[in-house]
Design a protein around this ligand. Structure first.
Ligand code: GLV
Ligand code: GLV
Length: 283
């Protein structure tokens, strides 16, 4: 095999890789290795049509992301970022029975949209808080090791005190959480998104939070990213926000680097990628 003209692509989730980019790389392009588990930034069909394997990093960031989803859940429920601002702004005058009242976590119902690796890891954490866990995922079967009940999407929205999103971004999940979905949620509910920004209709979310039709939202991902500092969402106290850092632990980022490098090297050598999202290229 002639590798003299071989090229490889190591991509971040902020790199949009379409067929045009692949063609510009030339016929020697051997592999696209994404440093992420999500791969909505890559036109996988275009890669498959060109016989180019695409790699990702499943598993490496499951626990870090589940930890962070839970941290967001607790931050929004107990208003920690808002409390932090309250103290720093000099507004703390006295202890008060009603000061910064939040939502209970213990015993609450957690609704997981997506019950893959990360959704299941969040469910395991929730058992420590005696939460009732329900999930909506048309593709996943119940896992006997995890106490969680499958429900339809409407039931999940209506019964959950916390709705946490763990689905990939696909044409089916774009704006899955829209005005209609938000209107079905409890007024006391909290929405948590550590998946992809466009799964939520940000305008509809702004209106729901502004009108206090849900209690709060906690977002690690937004649409667009970065979120402009003059975005109306940032005027609201019942929004907790982070700059897409759910997988940003030392362990997770290290494991992701190893997996992405192993995919890249395998592709360069013409070997099967250890983690390939389009195995159809191997015929
Ligand atoms: C991060 O968002 C990832 O998909 O790995
Ligand atoms: C709160 O600080 C309490 O002592 O109840």
């Amino acid at each position: 095999e002639d590798r003299t003209n071989a090229s490889v692509m190591e991509t971040l989730l902020t790199d949009k890789i379409d067929g045009e980019v692949m063609d510009a790389a030339g016929a020697g392009l051997k592999v696209i290795s994404n440093y992420a588990v999500g791969f909505d930034n890559i036109d996988v069909d275009a890669a498959t049509a060109r016989g180019i394997p695409v790699g990702n990093t499943p598993g490496a960031l499951t626990d870090a992301t589940a930890d962070f989803a839970f941290a967001l859940l607790m931050s929004a429920a107990r208003r920690i970022p808002e409390s932090n601002r309250f103290v720093r702004d000099g507004r703390w005058k006295t202890w008060g029975p009603m000061l910064l009242l939040g939502t209970d976590i213990q015993g609450a119902t957690l609704g997981l949209v997506g019950f893959g690796r990360i959704g299941k890891a969040v469910a395991r954490r929730a058992t420590g808080f005696d939460m009732r866990v329900i999930y909506y995922d048309p593709n996943e079967k119940p896992d006997p090791a995890i106490k969680a009940t499958p429900v339809d999407f409407e039931t999940l929205l209506e019964e959950s005190d916390f709705v946490s999103l763990h689905t990939p971004l696909t044409p089916d999940t774009r704006h899955l959480i829209d005005a209609e979905a938000l209107s079905r949620m409890k007024r006391t509910a909290v929405l948590i998104n550590t998946s992809r920004g466009p799964v939520v209709d940000m305008d509809a979310l702004y209106e729901a939070l502004r009108d206090e039709r849900i209690f709060a939202a906690a977002l690690d991902v937004t649409d667009p990213e970065p979120l402009p500092t003059d975005h109306p969402l940032l005027t609201l106290d019942n929004l907790v926000i982070a700059p897409h850092i759910a997988s940003a632990s030392h362990t997770a980022r290290g494991n992701m680097a190893w997996m992405a490098a192993n995919n890249l090297i395998a592709g360069l050598k013409g070997e099967r990628l250890p983690h390939c999202v389009n195995p159809q290229v191997y015929g």
